[in-house]
Design a binder for this molecule. Structure first.
Ligand SMILES: Cc1cc2nc3c(=O)[nH]c(=O)nc-3n(C[C@H](O)[C@H](O)[C@H](O)COP(=O)(O)OP(=O)(O)OC[C@H]3O[C@@H](n4cnc5c(N)ncnc54)[C@H](O)[C@@H]3O)c2cc1C
Ligand SMILES: O=C(O)CCC(=O)C(=O)O
Length: 319
C-alpha cells in the first residue's frame, strides 16, 4: 500500500503464500511498542516508530477507525528492577508518557518502577483486509503463490520488495533468520480497558475490541505451532498475578505464532542481475516482536530506497 500510494508510477503486485487471516501478523496483539534492534541507529528506529504511530493515529482519529481496527489504548508498563533507561527512545512518540506514581505502583507489589502512556492498538485481523482494499483501490493486485526463486521472479518484474519474514530463511537463504515462538490466549473480560505489560516482556494484558489478549512466551528457535498447555497455564497464572480481576475471565481461545526474528532487522537495497537487466531488490524483513509497531515506518523507508534506485537507473539511462 505504501509503495502504491507513494510511488504512483509503479504498478504493485503483492505475491504471498498466505494472506489474512493466516499470517503471523493476524495473531499479533497489535500493540504499538517498539523493541530496540542492535546495529541500527536509534534515530532511524525512532523515525520508523514515529512514522508508524502518526500514520495509525490519523486512522484512529478518522471515520475508518472501526473498520481498520485501530484505536488508542492507555496503560502501564511495570518493572521488577529499575530499567537501564527510565525514559525509552520512543517516549516522545506515544502520548502522555510519564512515570507511574507511588499510588499507582502500590497495586504491583513485585514491581519497583513503572511507565504510564497512551499508545495504539492495531488489530491486524481487521487492519489487513482493510489495507488490502486500500491496495486494490490504489490499482494494486494480489496473487497467491509461493516464491521459490527471486531470480526467476525478476524476469517478470522491474523491482522486488522482499517482505517474506521467516520465509527469508529459505528464500534467500538468510541463515540469520530464526523463529521466536509466541503463545497467547484470548479472554472474555469486557471490564478491562487498560493494558498492563511487564517490562521484561514475559507477561502482557492487552484489551481489544472483542477480547483481551493475554501473553506470552518468547521461545527462541522453537518451530512448534501447536498449543502448549503448560505455556497456557503459565500465561494465565502470571497475568492473574498482574491483574487479579482476570480470575473470573473466561478463556475464549489460544493462538501460537512464530516471530520472524533476526540478529537485526534487514532493511536495505540489493539487486538482481538477469538477462542483462539490473532489478532493484529491497529487503524489509526480520521485524521480530514489533512488526506492527514499525510497519508503516519501515515500509516508507523501503519505498524511499526503491525511489532512489529508480532515480539512479534513469540517470544511467540518460548518460
Ligand atoms: C504472539 C505474538 C504477539 C505479537 N504481538 C505484537 C504486537 O503486539 N505488536 C507488534 O508490533 N508486533 C507483534 N508481534 C510481532 C509481529 O507479529 C511480527 O513482527 C509481524 O507479524 C511480522 O510481519 P511480516 O509481514 O514480516 O511477517 P508475516 O506476517 O509472517 O508475513 C510474511 C508473509 O510473507 C509470505 N511469505 C513468506 N515466504 C514466502 C515465499 N517464499 N513466497 C511467498 N510468500 C511468502 C507469507 O505467506 C506471509 O504472507 C507479535 C508476534 C507474536 C508471535
Ligand atoms: O511485547 C509485547 O508487549 C507485545 C506483544 C509482542 O509484541 C510480542 O509478543 O511479540
Amino acid at each position: 500500500v505504501c509503495v502504491a500510494e507513494t510511488l504512483p508510477e509503479c504498478s504493485v503486485t503483492v505475491l504471498a503464500e498466505k494472506f489474512s487471516p493466516d499470517t503471523t501478523s493476524d495473531g499479533a496483539a497489535g500493540i504499538l511498542l517498539p523493541m530496540e534492534f542492535p546495529d541500527i541507529s536509534i534515530k532511524r528506529q525512532h523515525e520508523w516508530f514515529k512514522n508508524t504511530f502518526d500514520h495509525l493515529l490519523a486512522i484512529a482519529f478518522s471515520s475508518q477507525a472501526s473498520e481498520a481496527g485501530v484505536f488508542l489504548i492507555s496503560g502501564y508498563q511495570v518493572f521488577k528492577d529499575l530499567p537501564s533507561e527510565k525514559t525509552p527512545f520512543w517516549a516522545d512518540v506515544v502520548l502522555g508518557f510519564r512515570y507511574m506514581t507511588d499510588q499507582e505502583l502500590k497495586r504491583f507489589p513485585d514491581h519497583k518502577f513503572g511507565q504510564a502512556f497512551t499508545t495504539l492498538k492495531c488489530e491486524c485481523q481487521s487492519y489487513l483486509p482493510w489495507l488490502q482494499k486500500r491496495l486494490l483501490a490504489a490499482g494494486g493486485q494480489v496473487l497467491q503463490a509461493k516464491v521459490s526463486d527471486l531470480q526467476e521472479l525478476a524476469l517478470d518484474f522491474n523491482a522486488i520488495f522482499n517482505c517474506s519474514g521467516l520465509g527469508s530463511l529459505s528464500l534467500l537463504p538468510d541463515q540469520c533468520v530464526y523463529p521466536v515462538r509466541g503463545q497467547i490466549m484470548h479472554l472474555h473480560a469486557p471490564w478491562l480497558k487498560h493494558f498492563t505489560r511487564d517490562g521484561d516482556g514475559s507477561t502482557y494484558i492487552y484489551p481489544g475490541v472483542s477480547s483481551v489478549t493475554a501473553g506470552g512466551t518468547r521461545q527462541q528457535g522453537d518451530w512448534r505451532l501447536e498449543l502448549d498447555n503448560q505455556d497456557a497455564e503459565g500465561i494465565l497464572e502470571r497475568c492473574r498475578r498482574l491483574e487479579p480481576s482476570l480470575k473470573s475471565a473466561r478463556v475464549t481461545g489460544h493462538w501460537v505464532g512464530l516471530r520472524p526474528a533476526r540478529e537485526t532487522l534487514r532493511l536495505e537495497r540489493d539487486e538482481l542481475k538477469i538477462q542483462g537487466r539490473v532489478v532493484p531488490l529491497v529487503h524489509n524483513y526480520g521485524h521480530g516482536g514489533c512488526g506492527v509497531s514499525v510497519s508503516w515506518g519501515t515500509a516508507l523507508n523501503a519505498s524511499g530506497l526503491l525511489h532512489a534506485a529508480l532515480g539512479e537507473k534513469m540517470l544511467h539511462a540518460r548518460l
